[in-house]
Design a binder for this molecule. Structure first.
Ligand code: FEO
Length: 174
């Protein structure tokens, strides 16, 4: 079954959102490097790569089902954040926005009786649950440690450990 125009256009919108997330997290990685938060920088680089993978997975799917995947025009991501806690808060809020967008895509797929796309999107539904849980756990730890100048070393150490576990996948434990 070919993609409906409505579904195709909604999937192309999602490609833009995933591409923006990839650049946003790359910009955050750069900010972290400036602050010598190397563990946080590694984490954001990995997240940025993941978002590019999310974008490409959608891109390839659209073409596979005979739609036309469009390379996204991405708006400029911010370059500065007031604190590391604020940075992770922004990540968490962006992921919540992506979750809403994915849920909306599933709604459209169901309205269009497009079971192939609905099935394809389930991978993103699971991924968003994991990403939100991961970001929430980092924020909880930062709140526990505090994000004053004395705490940055410990935050960075924690985020590096979380990043190593995330690299190992679910079997590595979250
Ligand atoms: Fe691909 Fe983290 O949303």
């Amino acid at each position: 079954m070919a993609l409906s125009k409505k579904m195709e256009s909604a999937l192309n919108e999602q490609i833009i959102l995933e591409a923006y997330a990839s650049f946003l997290y790359l910009s955050m990685a750069s900010w972290c490097e400036q602050k010598t938060l190397d563990g946080c920088a590694e984490f954001m680089h990995r997240q940025s790569d993941e978002e590019r993978m999310h974008m490409l997975k959608l891109f390839n799917y659209v073409n596979e089902v005979d739609g036309h995947a469009l390379t996204p025009a991405v708006k400029q991501a911010p370059h500065e954040w007031p604190s590391v806690q604020n940075l992770f808060q922004q990540v968490f809020e962006h992921e919540q926005k992506v979750t809403k967008a994915i849920n909306n895509l599933v709604d459209i797929a169901l309205q269009e009786k497009d079971h192939s796309t609905s099935n394809f999107l389930q991978w993103y539904v699971d991924e968003q649950r994991e990403e939100e849980a991961l970001m929430r756990s980092i924020l909880d730890r930062i709140k526990l440690i505090g994000d004053g100048p004395q705490s940055l070393y410990y935050i960075d150490k924690e985020v590096r450990a979380i990043n190593t576990r995330a690299q190992q996948g679910p079997a590595g434990g979250k």
